[in-house]
Each structure stands twice: as structure tokens, then as C-alpha cells.
Design a protein around this ligand. Structure first.
Ligand code: PEP
Length: 256
């Protein structure tokens, strides 16, 4: 029996609503100038929509990939303020779907996340599907059920190939932007549950292939112990990704 191929870690920077076209390109160039282990780790920058074009141009000569923070699932039409997957053509390779800020502040539902994920895959891009429990849910012992439900909702409709090509970000809501990261043990346990859920929906070969990141207050101080855990395939980084040197430290920690 052939052993499963090692999963390539992926570290993505979620700049959220920070940086415009000019300072975004400057930050991207600063990241590209760091000593990064591109041979071992996929590196993705997700600027706000208005910065995608300039940031993509700034890193054109580097292996850094671009991600969008949001898309709408329709391809075009009367959807004021939205951008679609085809509009990212030639610019972005990844799109975040289901970030907890979008779920909490903009009312995105599991159905929306599913539609977005299907549209991202149909357009040939890679979704980074974010899932995670709130503090109340964790305290009530509901973490496994919440993750199971969020993951199943998105992945049950995908083919095994689409699932294997996707990235999942385990992001406990209570750890995002709070400075309170999950312990390495909590992160590893939850990621194990997510992988088990994917295995139930799509089989264990597919579950072995899907990359599952941890996200939530990842920093240069905690990245080593979080990212060295078996099954943690990199990170989705918010605050610390706005500093090129800090982000680079996290990327290096993800290298096997
Ligand atoms: C995020 O935005 O996905 C995130 C994890 O943010 P932070 O690293 O700031 O907690």
C-alpha cells in the first residue's frame, strides 16, 4: 500500500480591513523580501479587495500566492458592492469562506458558505473554509457538534477531489483577535475531529489529503508549539500578518 503523500503546509495572511493599494504593496514586498521556506510551505496573502491587483503585481516574481477575503457566489449581475470569482481571474488563487467575522457581523450562514465554496471551486480557485466554535459553545461541550455541522454542511456536496483540493481553517471564535490562542492540544484535537468528519463524508484517503490550518491569535511566540503538532497543516494569521517579520517567523515555523 502506498503511504499517503505528506500534506504541504500553508500559511495565509488575513489582512482584514487593513491596507490600501499602496501600503498593501509595500507590506507584500516586505514579506517577499523575508527569508521564507517556499520549497516547503505555501504562502498566501489576502489583502482587502481594493489591494488585490497591486499586491498581486508586487509579488508577481515570488512564489507568494494571493487570496481574496470574500466573494459572492454569482458570477455577475446586480449585486452592488460584491465581487465574484471570475473577477479574481489571474489575480487570486485562494478565497477565504466562512470567516467568523463574516458569519457574526455580516450574517453569513452555513448555506452561504456552502454556495461560496462551490462557486470558488467551480471557478478553479481554492477555498479556505473557516470553521470554529464560540466560547459559549466550547464551555457547553458543543465544540465537536458545531465543527461537525459546519464541516458537513460544506463538504457533503463536494466531490472527493474538490474536498482534497480545499483548505480548512480551524478558527475558534474566542481565539480570533483576542490574544488568547487555543492550546496546541485544543487545536490538534479539534483539527482531528474535523479530519474525522471529512473522512465520514468523503473517505479517509480524501481526509488524509485535505489541509487543515489553525487560526486564532497565532504569533511568533506561540507558532512553534502550535504548528509543530501532527495534523496542523499551517496557519491562518490575522493581526501578526500585518508585520512582515512576525509573519515570516510564523511561516518558517510551519516548515516540516
Ligand atoms: C483571522 O483573522 O483569521 C485571525 C485568526 O486573526 P488573529 O490572528 O488576529 O486572531
Amino acid at each position: 500500500m502506498t503511504p499517503p503523500q505528506a500534506r504541504r503546509p500553508i500559511v495565509a495572511a488575513n489582512w482584514k480591513m487593513n491596507t490600501g493599494p499602496a501600503d498593501g504593496s509595500e507590506l507584500a514586498r516586505a514579506v517577499a523580501a523575508q527569508d521564507l521556506p517556499f520549497a516547503q510551505v505555501d504562502v498566501v496573502l489576502c489583502p482587502p479587495s481594493t489591494g488585490i491587483t497591486s499586491v498581486a503585481a508586487a509579488v508577481r516574481d515570488s512564489p507568494i500566492a494571493i487570496g481574496a477575503q470574500h466573494v459572492y457566489w454569482e458570477t455577475d449581475g446586480a449585486f452592488t458592492g460584491e465581487i465574484s470569482v471570475p473577477m479574481l481571474s489571474g489575480l487570486a488563487a485562494y478565497v477565504i469562506a466562512g470567516h467568523s467575522e463574516r458569519r457574526q457581523l455580516f450574517g453569513e450562514t452555513d448555506d452561504d458558505v456552502r454556495r461560496k465554496t462551490l462557486a470558488i471551486l467551480a471557478g478553479g480557485l481554492t477555498p479556505i473554509v473557516a470553521v470554529g466554535e464560540s466560547l459559549d459553545q466550547r464551555d457547553a461541550g458543543q465544540t465537536l457538534g458545531v465543527l461537525r455541522s459546519q464541516v458537513t454542511h460544506v463538504f457533503e456536496l463536494l466531490t472527493p477531489e474538490e474536498t482534497a483540493a480545499s483548505v480548512v481553517a480551524y478558527e475558534p471564535v474566542w481565539a480570533i483577535g483576542t490574544g488568547r490562542n487555543a492550546t496546541p492540544q485544543q487545536a490538534q484535537e479539534a483539527i482531528g475531529w474535523i479530519r474525522d468528519t471529512v473522512a465520514e463524508a468523503q473517505g479517509s484517503t480524501t481526509a488524509d489529503q485535505v489541509r487543515i490550518q489553525y487560526g486564532g491569535s497565532v504569533s511568533p511566540e506561540n507558532c512553534e508549539e502550535l504548528l509543530s503538532r501532527e495534523g496542523v497543516d499551517g496557519a491562518l494569521v490575522g493581526g501578526a500578518s500585518l508585520d512582515a517579520a512576525k509573519f515570516a517567523t510564523i511561516v518558517r515555523a510551519a516548515a516540516p
